[in-house]
Design a protein around this ligand. Sequence first.
Ligand code: AVJ
Ligand code: FE
Length: 448
Amino acid sequence: MSTIGPESAELAPDDLKNRVAVELERTRQRSISLTDAVDDDDLVAQHSPLMSPLVWDLAHVGSQEELWLVRDVGGRPALRPDIDDLYDAFQHSRCDRPQLPLLGPGESRDYIATVRDKAQDVLHRVRLEGGRLVERAFAFGMIVQHEQQHDETMLATHQLRRGEPVLHAPEPPSMAETPLPSTEVFVPAGGFTMGTSTEPWALDNERPAHPVHVADFCIDTHPVTNADFFRFIESGGYQQSRWWSEAGWRHREHARLSAPLFWRRSGDTWWRRRFGRIEPVPPDEPVVHVSFHEAQAYANWAGKRLPTEAEWEKAARFDPATGKSMRYPWGDSEPTPERANLGQRHLRPAPAGAYAAGRAPCGAGQLIGDVWEWTSSDFAAYPGFEAFPYREYSEVFFGTSQKVLRGGSFGTDAAACRATFRNWDFPIRRQIFAGFRCARTPSRAELD
Ligand code: AVJ
Ligand code: FE
């Protein structure tokens, strides 16, 4: 695993270019393995109206790479201006994409390989100075992250797909040798630096770094587990409107939600489908495939609430010993297999309490990796936000219709995950690898 962080400022240009070339190649191998895993019929099929056909994602990553690296940074002529519209995510909704005259599987593979050759050539020749797009290879980092994000989207499509298992990975580590000290930790009131102005590949919505005061709060040391969630279901949580917001309850009724996506009850046992395998739902794993509304209802039922984005980020990166915000809960060095479940190294979250080496100074674990965590916050601009390099990456999504998720999942690559990284989605979505942890405001009596 490898990311490019603030230390890139000290790298010689050629060393930085070599690192970038390796990241591009490593990422492409993931895209190829996700698409080579199924046959051509499967690549062009629509596995869910929520998702694009895999072959669309594949050519779309090439199309964005052509736009930003070949045309914009490289100043080279367009390769396929005729297909720009087909792969513009704003032109056609995911459910309409199978009907478009898309490139076929072979054509898509050839197209992205041709684009990649040109992009590597641009990288080789470009001077990495004289503009924000090229400074510290930002545009290349953006394209690596973009492809990794679509790889996670393709992984979600694999999870929705019916049929025999085609993806394989070793099991994640089990419970840590160092058990969690408690189920929640207290984070005392105070300021911290939220967001970043120094992380070279941070996207526009993570910027700039700014001070935020956060009141006293408690946060769970691990994400809510399936065993926790069984209790919510068994106590009638899905039948009692009092735990749900008005919008949440309306959606619960309309969509007839009664358990996380991919769960089925048989007798006394909950079963789930996971990448084509049917298995009993493991009690000690973080719950995954729940919507914001289900997360919020659970938190209310538990007498808690979801953390705000600021609380989550403070728990994940504030080091009270130095007063500084770190890149990750464990410090500034990059993720390793001992610290976090990232990069599709495993095809499931690890049990709650795993990854003792990845815990934050406050004592909370598994903040990075395993499952995306819903927060209570709407996706909004930080003070001083500037759209860069294009409004459609973040700015057009700001507002009250999208909720922020933090921390990354087992399907998120390290290049697209850090303690400042912000993901967002509609509060009804649950095909993404999303779970949550709870927080609460301590009472006066507890504090005195
Ligand atoms: C940040 C995951 C919400 O996949 O919709 C991909 C990232 N932007 N292509 C998404 C993105 C353009 C985005 N998310
Ligand atoms: Fe995209």
